[in-house]
Design a protein around this ligand. Sequence first.
Ligand SMILES: CC(=O)c1nc(NC(=O)[C@H]2CNCCN2)sc1-c1cc(O)cc(O)c1
Length: 130
Amino acid sequence: EEIEEATLRELRIFLREICAKLARNRTFYIFTKPVDEEVVPDYRDIIKEPMDLETMMTKIDQHEYECAQEFLCDIDLICTNALEYNPDRNPEDKIIRHRACTLRDTAYAYIKAEMDTDFEDKCREIRDRR
Ligand SMILES: CC(=O)c1nc(NC(=O)[C@H]2CNCCN2)sc1-c1cc(O)cc(O)c1
């Protein structure tokens, strides 16, 4: 009902700010757009559920996140995809794994720092009721 719609609207505004801030950070540049099959041809043979920050921004606008936890699940997916696609000891893989872990930790830190815990609880209650 109306109060619930106001809460979810506030959540979307908050998540857009977090998503935009992450996408502005040069460290996370390789996570900002879907992996291009032309550039990385074997990517979808290895990674079954690709995710990126632009896709997450679209999901916000399509009301696909009903609480911050669901948003962080997609951040975790970006991270685990990068760890799986870049498992080796070589310097390039290690740099990409480090960037993926930094993306995950930064996203969790932004949410924890800027999100009221009982606002998140309220969003989860709405989600669980629906
Ligand atoms: C996001 C990601 O997981 C990714 N991983 C890569 N790994 C490699 O190239 C490793 C694989 N092991 C052998 C040494 N090379 S390139 C790459 C990527 C980079 C971009 O500039 C855009 C983009 O969409 C994806």
